[in-house]
Design a protein around this ligand. Structure first.
Ligand SMILES: CC(C)[C@H](C(=O)O)[C@@H](O)C(=O)O
Ligand code: SF4
Length: 409
């Protein structure tokens, strides 16, 4: 019997062939945590486990969730983590560097064939480079700090086949929302989702797809590390695309038939074709996050906003995913196009994604966001509403002040 990509990676790590449903103990290559949870992981390590860190070189800290700090409380906690990182010799990417998932890919800390664990649910993002990336809670992560090891149940795999090419102004985000619509928020619970037919897709689109796998409950969302990727992200020799692999379910999506998709409050899998929601009033447009805050996303918005102004009364807030993505957008004029159109650019990081700073939503605010979650109250007031869509839909909506189709501009 052949093996899926996740099965191959876990077999490689375990040093023996593993099958779905089996429990394995492995040593993750990378253990990421961010400003939001690192203080509590340090506390668990010290107070509950009374342990020390086994492999500091495998740990990475990133300050992105409230970055730079917005209150004395968050500033003090970040200082605590800075001191701890210095004492323990742990790599830290400080405020302004970017969203943890973006930074780990840019710095090639997450790499093809690796097991990359993060104290964050969107750690499925590392599947973009063909890593087994998965999120864990603070206690599990503290145990990895202490022992260097963790256990996993080998997931079954759902195979998604994308066929054909995307029409103009239909985006990888629409592919991700469409899969969520087909599988539902629990359709991939504790499974791997493996995406095929997208060798043509560059890295940023792969990051969009992999980041959203967890929104269907997936343990990992993985794209074979072949095709349109830089040399250093091509697959290792031991990893292969196995036509005899066994999949729990196969989903086929014809890209030619896809139109812009919009997720409606308050559930990610509550998705409509755009024509069913065009004209919906919006107060705020948010372009950013680990799902859609890269240079390509900003450039797509800029191409639609060039020489125009966003609608009166609309706030458009743009938070680049990292300093590198921001710098690319600065050097090719993307940022100035967006600023001239009336958008606000914030420091790189998670920004308003979780409602903790940089544009928290107030009572009754309606937001069209390029993020990955639209749970009630996520971005601020419980009475606010979040629609999720692509960067092109975000730009068209900012221009018109109501949800709009970028194909009709
Ligand atoms: C704060 C963090 C633990 C959380 C997560 O796990 O995903 C956040 O990044 C999110 O997107 O909701
Ligand atoms: S950008 Fe949003 S979804 Fe991504 S890690 Fe940050 S808070 Fe979580």
């Amino acid at each position: 019997m052949g093996q899926t990509i996740s099965e191959q990676i876990l077999s490689h790590k375990a040093g023996q062939n593993v099958k779905p449903g089996e429990f394995v103990v492995i040593e993750p290559d990378v253990v990421m945590s961010h400003d939001s949870l690192t203080p509590s992981i340090i506390k668990i390590l010290k107070e509950e486990l009374a342990a020390s860190i086994k492999y500091p070189e495998r740990l990475v800290f990133v300050f992105d969730h409230v970055s730079p700090a917005s209150t004395v409380g968050t500033a003090d906690l970040q200082n605590l983590v800075r001191r701890f990182a210095r004492e323990q010799n742990i790599r830290l990417f400080d405020v302004g560097r970017g969203i943890c998932h973006q930074v780990l890919v840019e710095e090639a800390i997450a790499f093809p064939g690796a097991v990359a664990v993060g104290a964050d649910s969107h750690s499925t993002s590392y599947g973009a480079v063909g890593a087994f990336g998965t999120g864990m809670g603070s206690t599990d992560v503290a145990l990895i700090w202490a022992t260097g090891k963790t256990w996993l149940r080998v997931p079954e795999t759902i195979r998604v086949n994308f066929n054909g090419q995307l029409p103009a102004h239909v985006d990888v985000k629409d592919m991700a929302l469409k899969i969520g619509r087909i599988l539902s928020i629990s359709g991939a619970n504790y499974m791997a989702v493996e995406y095929h037919g997208i060798d043509w897709m560059p890295l940023p689109g792969r990051q969009t797809l992999a980041s959203m796998a967890v929104e269907m409950g997936a343990k990992v969302g993985i794209i074979p590390p072949t095709g349109n990727l830089p040399e250093h992200l091509q697959k290792p020799d031991w990893l292969y695309i196995d036509s005899n692999a066994h999949y729990r379910q196969v989903v086929n999506v014809e890209l030619e038939d896809l139109c812009p998709q919009v997720s409606i409050p308050h559930s990610v899998d509550h998705v409509s074709d755009i024509q069913d929601v065009t004209g919906t009033h919006v107060d705020v447009v948010f372009l950013g996050t680990c799902t859609n805050g890269r240079h390509e996303d900003l450039a797509e918005a800029a191409s639609l906003l060039k020489g125009k102004r966003i609608a009166p009364g609309i706030r458009m807030i743009i938070t680049p995913a990292s300093s590198r993505e921001m710098s690319k957008a600065a050097s090719d004029g993307t940022l100035s196009t967006l600023i001239e159109a009336g958008a606000l650019i914030t420091s790189p990081g998670c920004g308003m994604c979780m409602g903790r700073h940089n544009g928290t939503l107030g009572d009754g605010d309606v937001c069209l966001s390029t993020a990955n979650r639209n749970f009630k109250g996520r971005m601020g007031a419980p009475t606010s509403q979040i629609y999720l869509a692509s960067p092109g839909v975000a730009a068209a909506t900012a221009l018109r002040g109501v949800i709009s189709d970028p194909r009709e501009l």
